[in-house]
Design a protein around this ligand. Sequence first.
Ligand code: NAP
Length: 323
Amino acid sequence: MTKKAFITGLTGQDGSYLAELLLSKGYQVFGLVRRSSTSNLERINHLFNQIQILSGDLLDQSSLMDVIAEAQPDEIYNLASQSYVPLSWTQPALTAEYTALGVSRLLESIRRCKPDARFYQASSSEVFGQPDESPQTERTAFRPRNPYGVAKAYAHWMTVNYRQKYNLYNCCGITYTHESPRRGTEFVFRKITHAAAQIKLGLANELKLGNLDARRDWCYAKDAVYAMWLMLQQAQPDDYIIASGETHSVRELVECAFNCVDLNWQDYVSVDPAFYRSDESVQLVGSINKIKTELGWQPQYSFEQLVEVMVDYDLKKLSKNGA
Ligand code: NAP
């Protein structure tokens, strides 16, 4: 029988890759889309005829109940959230509404309308904030340091609590930063790969960055969504870290991106303290021992391959736009 999956955050980076993956596996895919006055379907335009769009919002309980009752999904992936950390400081209450309370509304809707559905919650490494240990594991204490991380910690524990209290099949994937050509340019990885392509094509001539020594655990969004799907295929629900398990500095990233376009990064990159993050001392890196041992998952793309994929994409896209 055809399996049915319901994705919130369908229009986002991960939602679009997950929809592609599930379609390739023969799923019937439903996606939650909130109304906007202009189209926000750019990432899923190519899938439009293959997926069923359902209108709703994480802020509205009745809309969630209606769409779950209508779709009757076997699997539900909650990828929707206010996902930009800096914005969570300027809109802390709204971030909590989407990213924390939105998950309560969704869990209640599942409990009432489709309690046998398997549920994936997009947790984040931001729940660790200033961690006690490195690398972090599934047992590392949560010490979030921004409103986004606090909201994700609430959502994580609500998902675990509903699993324990109501015996629901609920899983949390604690994802570290993952990137792709579908990532916004406000995120440093895409900002750099996009700028390297622009400079190569003569469309820009400089790139301003913050701390070049900051290190991050980056992986490809395609690898991350595969791990999400895999988590829901197990006999028992559980929580896993999804990460690359290694860190690279912004300097390495810049060097690699400019190498892809045969340019010397030092000729174009300058450091602007305005881009420094206040929590730059924090180093988040995930241990992937548990997911590797229990599910056999590990990233398929290396850091260098990811940089290459993204620079190539921007080179092609910008050249086409120019033409
Ligand atoms: P994204 O590109 O920012 O997408 C977020 C999605 O959430 C969009 O589809 C957005 O819809 C939707 N959304 C926001 N508020 C909503 C609401 N009130 N009701 C319904 N939909 C709403 O995020 P992503 O990078 O794909 O990340 C997916 C999930 O993983 C998020 O929960 C994020 O916090 C988490 N995460 C991501 C990373 C990462 O590195 N990417 C790392 C850790 C955790 P619109 O198109 O209408 O705005």
